[in-house]
Design a protein around this ligand. Structure first.
Ligand SMILES: [Zn+2]
Length: 424
């Protein structure tokens, strides 16, 4: 089947493209990209004037909860939420039950994703067996089974010696290493950011230093081993500064942040809203500002959601008993578009953050509209206004701090390998 998307504003940082034009999809690939492309009668035409056509969005940090916690999310509901949010690919973290530390679990995830057949699902496997921080998982077998990266996300690798080994071992298999940067000794028992808000709520705080100590350590280890480290969910001004200096030195480090860190501050938990309880915690206005600047200046490379679904069972409880995490697949695009409207980043930079850079860091296909590439595309209506409610979200879980927010901008068409998986 042929698909012609006509008259869109085409945004593709991989070719430095920002201009109006047509794009033709044929046999699952981008066949042509020009000012005007004639259509034959077999071609489905999508009129896209006023819309933005971009390489399919890629979220390199989600929790799909399958296997083991399917009451929160599964590969089907998570894939549907991803497609609705404009994502054509997601990388799923290994803290499932069991954790993804074996080729069997990696293959199970890939088989389920194939059955569901919506977006591309890239499994991230564990750094350590059982995420217990004692011995390394079998990286070679995991790579062969289809894992695209390793991480103990959800937990830090507490032992610096083991993290060093992980980077050395990952190097021989060309596996990206994703660091959940947290010093467990400093964060233990913490609920929210340490500071005025933790004091006012009478909750134990997690200091910014719990993140910064670990970011510094893992960058030092990247330098020692010569293998890149990717820092997940950057939330503090100090972490931004450490990463900035490392990049200036030419060290192999990349970093992501999540929309909640550039949109909200610790004040979101002042009324004990468990949907705003997340790890790392929401920080101060100063941190938020630093993260925003880092996105604009290239210190932070990508926006990932850290989509972490939890059911009311884990969230509608006393604040200290509530699980950490919030969902983000369906709100990431409009929240990042806010940065464009504020003039902080250009539309092209937004596409870099949400597509081109995650593809490059994970070394997966996508992130480009070059003819010949797989037709993974997102068509965005930057002006569509909608309200986030439990009913509008496709995720099985509704733990979003943005419920009730009016959003501007959304994906109106998501195409994976030439196939339409989402359309409104
Ligand atoms: Zn994490």
């Amino acid at each position: 089947m042929k698909l012609l998307i006509r008259g869109a504003r085409i945004l593709d940082p991989s070719q430095g493209l920002d201009r109006e034009g047509d794009l033709l999809v044929e046999e699952g690939r981008i066949a042509a990209l020009e000012g005007e492309i004639p259509a034959d009668p077999q071609t489905e035409i999508i009129e896209a004037r006023g819309k933005w056509l971009v390489p399919g969005l890629i979220d390199m940090h989600v929790h799909l909860r399958e296997p083991g916690e399917e009451w929160k999310e599964d590969i089907e509901s998570g894939s549907r939420a991803a497609a609705a949010g404009g994502f054509t690919a997601v990388a799923c973290m290994p803290n499932t039950r069991p954790p993804n530390d074996s080729p069997e679990t990696t293959r199970y995830i890939l088989d389920r994703a194939r059955e569901v057949d919506l977006v591309r699902v890239y499994p991230v496997a564990c750094i350590s067996r059982g995420q217990e921080g004692r011995e390394l998982a079998p990286f070679g077998e995991l790579r062969e089974a289809g894992a695209v990266a390793v991480s103990d996300d959800g937990r830090p690798v507490a032992d610096a010696g083991l993290m060093r080994l992980a980077l050395e071992y990952a190097r021989s298999f060309d596996l990206p290493v994703i660091s959940h940067a947290e010093d467990p000794g400093l964060s233990a028992g913490g609920q929210v950011n340490e500071g005025i808000v933790s004091a006012r709520l009478g909750l134990k705080g997690i200091p910014a230093e719990a993140e910064e100590v670990a970011v510094f350590r893992d960058i030092a280890l990247a330098k020692l081993t010569g293998h890149p480290v990717h820092i997940a969910h950057v939330s503090t001004a100090g972490a931004v500064e450490i990463i900035r200096r490392a990049k200036e030195e030419g060290l192999p480090v990349t970093a992501e942040t999540a929309p909640h860190y550039f949109t909200l501050t610790e004040e979101a938990v002042l009324d004990y809203d468990t949907n705003a309880k997340v790890n790392p915690p929401l920080r101060t206005e100063r941190d938020r500002e630093a993260v925003r600047r880092a996105l604009a200046e290239g210190v932070i490379d990508t926006v990932a959601t850290d989509h972490a679904p939890h059911s009311p069972l884990e969230k509608e409880v006393e604040f200290p008993a509530a699980a950490f995490g919030l969902i983000g697949l369906e709100t990431a695009l409009p929240l990042t578009l806010r940065l464009v409207r504020e003039g902080l980043i250009s539309p092209l930079r937004m596409v870099e953050l949400l597509s081109t850079n995650p593809a490059r860091i994970l070394k997966v296909p996508g992130g480009t509209l070059k003819p010949g590439s797989p037709a993974d595309l997102t068509l965005i209506d930057p002006e569509a206004v909608w309200v986030v409610t439990g009913e509008t979200l496709y995720s099985k879980s509704k733990n979003s701090p943005f419920l009730g927010w009016e959003m501007r901008g959304r994906a109106v068409l998501t195409v994976v390998g030439g196939r339409i998986v989402w359309r409104i």
